[in-house]
Design a protein around this ligand. Structure first.
Ligand code: ADP
Ligand code: ADP
Length: 224
């Protein structure tokens, strides 16, 4: 469970500070698919990066399963809009990167990447390099890489924002399928209402200047 309490974030020095997030309180339950939805500049990415431990909050705190977040941690993986793959590494090495960093033995790494590449439908592309793949395929590699480290929390920052409508739809379905299989807690940033409704259990609607939570909507319709 993720608990966010009285969180503020300002950027810049105190006399010219921009209040990007103000008074954010939010609880995210285990296994939930939560979207952060709102217009550009409302602080969605900022909130995601603070949960990821990539930037500090200015006030308030976040706990994950009771542990205070004060930096990145092995139980959180982030997927970015621009894929952030390592261009000099093969698809397989990209997927295995986090495991190698954790000194997982080669045989185990290979088994894990083979399984994940199968899950995202890219078994035949293990030895390709990122520039040889389409955008949708690159994002599938990025999702496989995130899942490889078995995070309990998957943080996604407009992951399908750079993709055409058809690819986006395909990846939304794929993400839902993966989410059901792996039962991860997902926090998903989007500015698309349709995408948020399609994917989420819970939609956190944010407004800008300063970034605040305007409403929290539980989507209880049967999803595809
Ligand atoms: P969103 O993801 O909803 O578009 P962001 O979290 O990117 O919103 O940005 C929230 C506000 O904080 C915006 O006004 C943005 O310009 C500002 N901001 C974001 N990152 C920085 C930064 N590194 N330095 C200064 N201001 C920033
Ligand atoms: P998606 O990645 O969601 O399947 P894309 O539009 O990115 O959608 O690609 C559609 C399909 O075209 C891919 O699934 C793949 O089969 C094929 N494809 C795309 N790029 C390549 C490539 N560089 N080499 C071989 N096949 C490709």
């Amino acid at each position: 469970m993720v608990v966010i309490e009285a969180l503020d974030k300002s950027y810049g020095s105190s006399d010219s500070a921009l209040l990007a997030l103000s008074d954010i309180d939010l609880t995210i339950e285990e296994g939930q698919f939560v979207s952060l939805l709102g217009p550009s500049g409302c602080g969605k990415s900022t909130l995601l990066k603070i949960i990821a431990g990539l930037i500090p909050a200015s006030a308030g705190r976040i706990t994950i399963d009771g542990k205070v977040v004060d930096g990145p941690g092995p139980e959180r993986a982030v997927v970015f809009q621009d894929y952030a793959l390592f261009p000099w590494m093969t698809v397989q090495d990209n997927v295995e990167f986090g495991l190698e960093a954790r000194a997982v033995p080669a045989e185990e790494r290979r088994a894990a990447s083979a399984e994940l590449l199968r899950v995202v439908g890219l078994s035949d592309f293990a030895q390709k390099f990122p520039h040889q793949l389409s955008g949708g395929m690159k994002q599938r590699v990025s999702i496989a890489r995130a899942l490889a480290v078995k995070p309990s929390l998957l943080l996604m920052d407009e992951p399908f924002g750079a993709l055409d409508a058809q690819t986006r739809q395909g990846l939304q379905d794929e993400l839902l399928r993966i989410w059901r299989v792996y039962k991860k807690t997902v926090v998903f940033v989007t500015h698309s209402i349709e995408e948020a409704i399609y994917l989420s259990d819970r939609i956190v609607v944010m407004t800008a200047r300063p970034g605040r939570i305007k409403a929290v909507i539980d989507v209880d319709e049967e999803r595809p």
